[in-house]
Design a protein around this ligand. Structure first.
Ligand SMILES: [Zn+2]
Length: 217
């Protein structure tokens, strides 16, 4: 039977909020525009291995898809093509492993394929913080609240209601990290984080429906 290792994971809410804030900051610094749905999808894409483990009963979570080496290699063509405009997207992807998963929930194969060793904040002498630790729950909720405030102030929230076919990519977070949290797979969600999860789930579902059903103008 498939057993999910709850101690080796993190919530989507924190990843998405962190990537959004980093994406916004780097975009402002570089004076470039960003696509918000794409930033959010990149921030959770490493956790696609959860789906893989579920389907094939493998033990890949926090493995190759969480490697910073893989992220750099994947982004080389985008940096060559789009130069600095690729930076906010790379920051969104890298933040998942380098910040979120590195600090919370144990170790990951950060340097795969150069090394299959697992690294985490514990290696640097920091205490192990489980996702259910109140510090993590409070941190994720705070990040969500700040991200939401910025989304409202900058009117970025309206990106989700625009007629853009690219918004269809939000199907990925819906099915890999948002819906599973509500059918108790792969993990239980603390009360404080249910609202942010629901918020993203509803906004993304509306965005996908609009992108799917609206005719191009
Ligand atoms: Zn992860």
């Amino acid at each position: 039977m498939f057993v999910f290792k709850e101690e080796k994971t993190s919530f989507a809410v924190g990843h998405m909020a962190l990537a959004y804030l980093l994406g916004k900051a780097s975009a402002k610094l570089l004076k470039v525009n960003i696509n918000i749905p794409l930033i959010l999808v990149l921030s959770i894409i490493p956790d696609i291995d959860i789906l893989f483990d579920f389907l094939f009963n493998s033990d890949m979570h926090r493995g190759p898809t969480h490697s910073i080496i893989v992220a750099i290699v994947v982004f080389i063509p985008f940096f060559l093509l789009y130069r600095q405009r690729a930076t906010p997207y790379f920051a969104a992807l890298a933040s998942h492993s380098l910040i979120g998963d590195f600090l919370i929930g144990g170790q990951l194969q950060l340097l795969w394929p150069l090394s299959t060793n697992e690294f985490g904040a514990r290696e640097l002498g920091f205490p192990y913080i489980n996702i259910y630790n109140p510090i993590n729950v409070a941190l994720e909720f705070t990040l969500f609240a700040i991200a939401l405030a910025v989304m409202l102030k900058t009117r970025d929230l309206f990106h989700f209601f625009r007629n853009s076919k690219l918004n269809l990519i939000l199907i990925i977070p819906i099915f890999t990290v948002l819906l599973p949290t509500f059918i108790s797979y792969p993990l239980r969600v603390p009360l404080l984080l249910i609202l942010p999860h629901l918020f993203y789930l509803i906004i993304f579902s509306i965005a996908v429906s609009l992108a799917f059903f609206r005719k191009r103008t």
